[in-house]
Ligand binder design. Structure first.
Ligand SMILES: Nc1nc(=O)c2c([nH]1)NC[C@@H]1CN(c3ccc(C(=O)N[C@@H](CCC(=O)O)C(=O)O)cc3)CN21
Ligand SMILES: CC(C)C(=O)C(=O)O
Ligand SMILES: [Mg+2]
Length: 252
């Protein structure tokens, strides 16, 4: 699937997306039938144990994306551009996004920001790099804006709607809507002709994304909107105790 085909999923099916950071999970998630994998800069939190996504480097995103695409060669894989890899200048952004495409075989890049990055989305699209936008809570600006729900007052809601429109018009093939009022996410989903992928943005988006470790019930602190579908922490405790019994009873 290419990004133009991905775009056409709007209105035809709900898009199931998870984050992923390595080969084995990528392979298992492809087999499980997810539509798309995001190599999120959330790897800073769930893989590296950092407090924010800010320390994640371009090399780390390349390293993880290359492994994920190898594990899921037939799945749409998006690389999340890390902080400072696309904010300095259009030239640096084109070089860094291009490098990710060259070195990982991924299918698209994602970058955070609203109308203020639309010019960059247009340039990337012009050179053949598909861009997924990301508005609402944007963790790379959490030191400035925090993680609180977006779009609660009229001026923020207007900014987010203008931004969705600007990113769509600049050529973005899809938009992540993170932690925003569900009514606003619904309006944005109706406003743009590209699929919206929600996380904490209510049920009316065209698809949903969750951080894999939250989804599996592995993270201790997860955002209030992240619903676990498995209790991996509890299952690991049970499995370790069963392993311990086998070892102690000389069964191995
Ligand atoms: N494990 C994990 N899951 C995620 O979904 C995730 C990450 N990490 N790291 C990158 C970003 C950060 N995200 C977050 C993190 C926290 C809140 C959160 O706690 N929101 C509260 C308000 C907190 C505040 O006001 O400061 C809320 O009620 O919305 C939301 C999104 C989503 N992303
Ligand atoms: C939460 C998703 C959308 C993300 O950007 C990430 O995992 O880094
Ligand atoms: Mg991210």
């Amino acid at each position: 699937m290419n990004a133009t085909q991905f775009k056409k999923l709007k209105g035809s099916k709900k898009i199931i997306m998870l984050t992923c950071y390595d080969f084995s999970f990528a392979s298992a998630l492809e087999e499980a039938g997810v539509d798309a994998l995001l190599v999120g800069d959330s790897l800073g939190n769930v893989v590296q144990g950092k407090e924010t996504t800010l320390p994640v480097t371009l090399d780390q995103i390349i390293y993880h994306t290359e492994m994920v695409k190898r594990g899921a060669p037939n799945t749409f894989v998006v690389a999340d551009m890390p902080f400072l890899s696309y904010q300095i200048s259009v030239e640096e952004a084109l070089r860094n996004c291009g490098l990710v495409m060259k070195e990982t075989n991924c299918d698209a890049v994602k970058l955070e920001g609203g109308e203020e990055v639309a010019h960059l989305v247009r340039r990337l699209t012009e050179i053949g790099i598909p861009v997924m936008g990301h508005i609402g809570v944007t963790p790379q600006s959490a030191k400035l804006m925090g993680y609180g729900k977006r779009g609660k007052d009229i001026s923020d809601a207007e900014y987010l709607k203008r931004s969705a429109k600007a990113l769509y018009e600049a050529g973005a093939f899809s938009l992540v809507l993170e932690n925003m009022a569900a009514t606003l996410a619904k309006e944005i989903t109706e406003l743009v002709q590209i699929p919206t992928i929600g996380i904490g943005a209510g049920p009316e988006c065209d698809g949903q994304v969750l951080v894999l470790h939250d989804f599996m019930g592995l993270t201790k602190d997860r955002p209030p909107f992240a619903k676990p579908y498995f209790d991996l922490r509890a299952e690991l405790k049970k499995a370790v105790s069963s392993y311990k019994n086998d070892v102690e009873q000389g069964k191995l």
